[in-house]
Design a protein around this ligand. Structure first.
Ligand code: NAG
Ligand code: NAG
Ligand code: NAG
Length: 369
């Protein structure tokens, strides 16, 4: 069986958390991607390269003085950014370079240490065909010309798109394997909802929608599948349907703490190898089947979810299953209005469209607690 299991103990961490709960809320971090410093244009003087070389969301980039010939002995840098959560699409509409000494390089990331998506030295591209896609929000393009041959250069359009369904995201599914789901039949209903409805149209893949599974089987234990263990939709579906192997009788898993479901979203504490890509939004979907057992339980969950949302920039979506849940209260652990849902066990599939919409939706006002 390739789906290896990983058991993680959180006992030490729990006692720390108990000591510090209810949560003192950390300062709200601004909604910024984490990007390292970038290279400067040192040494290239005025050459026709754009001085303001940040290019946002969509537009057109052309070689210096296009459509007149570009100057000799230049190196231009173009930093290109897609909308948050989207990737870049490039389309060359003109291409006339001395392919030997003059060349374009598009790096699949924010710096020149990232893999080359297009061109590069010695690539000898004479006419790019087709449309290119970056795998994250960022790309760097450089244009180097050292030949003396006059040529008219290039023009390309760039835009922000999704190349996956529901959209390019890293998604963590926190599946509920605790006795609070009420019965094995309910546990199976949860799996059925996910495998048959929720993910049915997802484009799962390394550069597409990446999925990590956290099956919560006790307050202190989870079984994890990193995205490389579920590399495509059929494997993902197979693994989810097979979770009954790990939970043959959900009523055995009678830890009662609700907060454990919110503990796994951030990389540092979870060690869950979420392995998020930079420039791709991260979404945690938590399946809840009970109300918090007491205030302390609730405040601990608040602290975890707050950290996910504000320190790690994760979008948290809660799905309350069953009819006895205080959806509003549990919803406070989500990313805000429009990011929490509830339905009876037999009606979970009615949530499919709205949850998929929320996965792709941007930040709205009223961000939870
Ligand atoms: C790319 O550009 C060509 C024109 O050069 C155009 O015909 C084509 O529709 C464009 N493709 C996209 C996806 O924008
Ligand atoms: C390009 O080709 C030249 C000469 O063949 C070689 O010296 C150089 O290492 C090559 N560069 C790359 C990045 O492959
Ligand atoms: C949890 O379940 C086990 C096995 O059924 C049982 O022995 C134990 O008493 C239960 N614990 C609680 C707190 O209900």
């Amino acid at each position: 069986m390739w789906a290896t299991t990983v058991l993680i103990s959180f006992l030490a961490f729990v006692s720390l958390t108990l000591a510090s709960a209810p949560g003192k809320l950390v300062k709200k971090a601004s909604h910024k991607p984490r990007i390292p410093e970038r290279s400067s244009q040192e040494g290239y003087g005025f050459t026709g390269c754009p001085l303001d070389n940040d290019f946002w969301t969509n537009g057109v980039i052309a070689s210096p003085y296009y459509p007149s010939p570009y100057p000799n002995d230049i190196k231009c840098w173009y930093y290109i950014w897609a909308d948050i959560g989207k990737v870049l699409q490039f389309n060359f509409t003109h291409f006339d370079l001395d392919g030997h000494l003059d060349y374009i390089t598009i790096y699949d990331g924010y710096g020149d240490s990232h893999p080359i998506l297009f061109g590069g030295p010695n690539a000898t591209v004479t006419s790019p065909n087709g449309v290119l896609y970056s795998s994250s929000r960022y790309a760097l393009m450089t244009f180097i010309a050292t030949s003396n041959k006059p040529a008219t250069g290039f023009q390309l359009s760039y835009s922000s798109v999704n190349t996956a369904t529901p959209c390019n995201r890293d998604i963590l599914l926190v599946i509920n394997g605790l006795a609070s789901v009420g019965s094995q039949a309910n546990f199976v209903k949860q799996l059925d909802f996910i495998a048959t409805y929720l993910i049915s149209e997802w484009t799962v893949g390394a550069q597409q929608t990446r999925v990590t599974i956290n099956l919560q089987i006790d307050v202190d234990y989870a079984v994890l599948w990193t995205f490389d263990m579920v590399p495509d939709l059929s494997t993902l579906r197979f693994v989810i349907r097979g979770l009954t192997d790990y939970v043959p009788d959900v009523l055995q898993n009678n830890g009662t703490d609700f907060e454990s479901l919110f503990r796994y979203g951030d990389d540092d504490e979870a060690g869950n190898d979420f392995n998020a890509r930079q420039g791709i939004e991260q979404v945690v979907i938590v399946f809840v089947a009970q109300n918090p057992s007491d205030d302390q339980d609730f405040y601990e969950a608040v602290e975890f979810s707050h950290r996910m949302r504000h320190m790690y920039d994760l979008k948290v979506i809660t799905i309350a299953m069953g009819s006895n849940i205080d959806v509003q209260k549990v919803g406070q652990l989500s990313f805000g209005n429009g990011f929490y849902f509830g339905a009876a066990w037999d009606n979970l599939k009615s949530l499919t469209q709205d949850v998929n919409k929320a996965i792709c939706q941007s930040y709205i006002t009223g961000c939870g607690v």
